[in-house]
Design a protein around this ligand. Sequence first.
Ligand code: NAD
Ligand code: ZN
Length: 348
Amino acid sequence: MRALRLMAWKSEAELTEAPAPTPGPGQVVIKIGGAGACHSDLHLMHDFTAGSLPWSPPFTLGHENAGWVHELGVGVTGLEVGQPVAVMGAWGCGVCQRCRLGIDAYCEDPDRAPIPSGGGGLGLDGGMADLMLVDNARHLIALPEGLTPAQAAPLTDAGLTPYHAVRRSLPKLMPGSTAVIIGVGGLGHVGVQILKAVTAAQVIAVDTRQEALDLATGCGADQALLADDSTVAAIRDATSGHGADVVIDMVGSDETLALAGQSVRTLGDLTLVGIAGGTLPVSFFSLPYEASVQSTYWGSRPELIEVLDLAARGLIAPKVTTFGLDQAMEAYRRMRAGELLGRAVIVP
Ligand code: NAD
Ligand code: ZN
C-alpha cells in the first residue's frame, strides 16, 4: 500500500510503498476515507529534533483519521467490516485512571501504552496511507448517520481540540461574555463554529490573513480582527474595556501569547493550544488578576462523541479541501505558505 512517511526529523515526509498492516488480537485495520493535514505535522517535519518528543521517526503521518473497518483482530466484537468509523487519536495504556476516563492523551502509565504520549501518526503509523492499524478497537467510534469519513476526519483533532478547550471554559462563557480565538486555521475556524453552537458568548476571531477572517465571519464570528497594533484596543472596545472572558491561542507564538495576555479579563481563561513555541512571562502584575493560563492537548473520547454529534446535526461543519495521497505534500506546502483555508483532508 502507499504511505506518506516521515523518515527523519527535519525532513519532508515521503510517499512510499509500505507493507499492508494485519491486526493483532484486539486491533483493527481500517481503510482510510480521510486523513486531516494538521499544522502539527509541519512542526514534526520542520521544528522538532531528536529528544523533543518521547518518540521518533520513521512513521506514517496522519493523526486525524476516519474510514471504514477493513479487518478485525481476534477478540474484537461490536464492529463490522465496512462500518464507517472515526479514530480517537491518542493511544494510552487503557487501564490507568485517565485512560478509563477516555483521556488517553494523559495516560499515566506510558510504559504500558503502545507509545508514550502519541498514537497513530504521532510515533506510530498514521492514516496518510491506504490502510491504518488501530492499536485497540476502543479507539474507534462509529460515525453517526450522515457523516462521511472525509468530513469526520478533521473532527478528531481540528474539531476535538478546540471543543475540549471551549468545554473546560464553559462556565465562563455565559451570555454577556466574550471569547477570542487567535488563529483561524484548521482548528480555529472549527473553534469559532463550536463557540457559536454551544455558547451565547460574543465571538471575536483574530488572524493575520484577511481570507481567514472572512472564513471566521462565515463561521459566525461576531467580529474578525487583523492581528496588528490595534487588536488589543479593538478587543477592549468590544468588551466595554474589560477584556475577553476566554482567549484561546491557536498559534502559540511570543506575539500571540502577548496579545492573549493583554486581551484576557480578570478571572478569565487564557488557553494555549498552538505549538509555535512562544512563551508568556507570568508575574504578579503581568496578567489581570486571577486570569488562569493553561495548555490543552487534544481531548477525550466522550468529547469526540459530542463533537461528532454536533457535526451530524449540522451545528458545526469544518471547511474541507480534499487532496489525493500523491498531493499530500502540496497540501502541507499550501498550509505552510498560508495558502490554505480551513482543513486539508487527504483522501487516498
Ligand atoms: P493552521 O495552519 O491551519 O492555522 C493557523 C492559523 O493561524 C492560520 O490561519 C494563520 O494565518 C494564523 N496565524 C499565524 N500566525 C498568526 C498570528 N501571529 N496572529 C494571528 N493568527 C496567526 O494550523 P492548525 O492545524 O489549526 O494548528 C494550529 C496550531 O495548533 C499548530 O501549532 C498545531 O501544531 C497546534 N495543535 C495543537 C493541538 C493541541 O492539542 N494542543 C492539536 C492540534 C494542533
Ligand atoms: Zn493535530
